[in-house]
Design a protein around this ligand. Structure first.
Ligand SMILES: [Zn+2]
Length: 214
């Protein structure tokens, strides 16, 4: 049961084709799992189409135009049509994780926390990574240098915004500070798109940050 969705402005940027690859992947993976957001994307695609037809001469990227033409051609052919079982690997993610989650070679980032960067296309500035937090462990309190999109692929975590479980997405901008704690019972694995390095509060962690590569 998915209860946490991306911000409408993020869905609109996804529709418009203006999101960087890591963000677009996180959103398309969530959309593949979430019927509510499949409907949301259909709606934002329609709004984008209406805005375009009212404004002649708007410059659009090729990608955005292709998406829009596809949307106008077939109203419901924009995203993965049928919601994928959450227990399976969502379709958009398969290209990035062809061997699933069990084959990941994690890099320890501190007690109970590990990450793994996933390759993205050359020239992409933002970062795509997997984050694993051991059951019951906390991620050090941090703020963000930019937008952070976090999609939970396994397990759950809790922070001051609530509980985020498999399929849920946390859509935070740079003003947000939070300290997620993985729920007991199962390691929490998330797919994360970040703009910039995370800014940890504690001086010790800031000093160690370069070592951990976070
Ligand atoms: Zn959703």
């Amino acid at each position: 049961m998915i209860t946490q969705h991306p911000d409408i402005s993020t869905l609109m940027a996804f529709s418009a084709g203006t999101l960087d690859e890591p963000y677009a992947l996180v959103i398309s993976t969530h959309v593949a799992m979430c019927e509510a957001c499949q409907e949301g994307v259909r709606r934002t695609d329609r709004i984008g189409g209406a805005a375009l037809s009212g404004e002649a001469g708007v410059a659009m990227s090729d990608g955005a135009r292709l998406r829009l033409l596809a949307a106008l051609d077939a109203d419901d052919a924009i995203v993965v049509k049928s919601p994928v079982e959450v227990s399976e690997m969502p379709v958009p993610l398969r290209r990035y994780l062809p061997y699933g989650l069990s084959s990941i070679r994690w890099r320890a980032n501190g007690p109970g926390v590990a990450t793994r960067d996933l390759p993205v296309s050359p020239g992409v500035k933002s970062r795509l990574m997997l984050l694993k937090v051991a059951a019951g462990r906390r991620v050090p309190e941090h703020s963000h240098g930019g937008q952070e999109l976090t999609l939970i692929l396994q397990g759950a975590y809790k922070d001051r915004f609530g509980i985020f479980a498999t399929g849920d997405i946390a859509d935070h901008d740079e003003d947000v500070e939070h300290q997620p704690i993985a729920e007991p019972g199962e390691d929490c694995i998330c797919l994360v798109a970040v703009d910039a390095k995370l800014n940890f509060r504690s001086r010790l962690i800031r000093l160690l940050q370069p070592l951990f590569g976070m």
